[in-house]
Design a protein around this ligand. Sequence first.
Ligand code: GLN
Length: 190
Amino acid sequence: MRVGIVGVQGAVSEHEDIVRSLGHEAIRVNKPNHLEGVKAIILPGGESTTISKLLKTTGLFGRIKKLGEDGLPIYGTCAGLILLAKKGDDQVASTGQELLGLMDMEISRNAFGRQRESFEERLDIEGVAKNFSGVFIRAPAITRVWGGCKPLARHGAFIVAAEQDNLLATAFHPELSGDSRVHEYFLSKA
Ligand code: GLN
């Protein structure tokens, strides 16, 4: 199966490696024609303001949004989670970054603050994986869900993984924990 990894900025190659290790074809997506024949899309972590801008200038923004609305599986990690949300926070408003707005959830960028810029936490992800090592790097969190969005994992007061039909989002980086269970779960949607 052909899987598109959005490669405009951020932690791209780690996702490609994991997708290939599961026996799939990984295509780096930098412009709209790279989406041809793709059965699932991964939006990696990085800097969500930068990724949002580059998605706009490359013409990918509208294409990916439409594919998500039409039911193509899309998985966002970290900055990718921010982009999938319908509602941002004050930081999102102040930078004027545009979100794809596909999932019924509100997020907080850099929710875990400066003291805990990066950390690792064992998580139970409902229906996906137990005792999964979640790697958080300047991570966002989901502060509220509604409609069709279902929380899958929590850390303290925050939701750190959620799904809505064809869409999956994690605040952490499973591509960095040497454990492919989240990717396997996501690709089973395609
Ligand atoms: N804090 C970053 C942002 O707001 C996301 C960090 C990450 O993707 N590792 O875009």
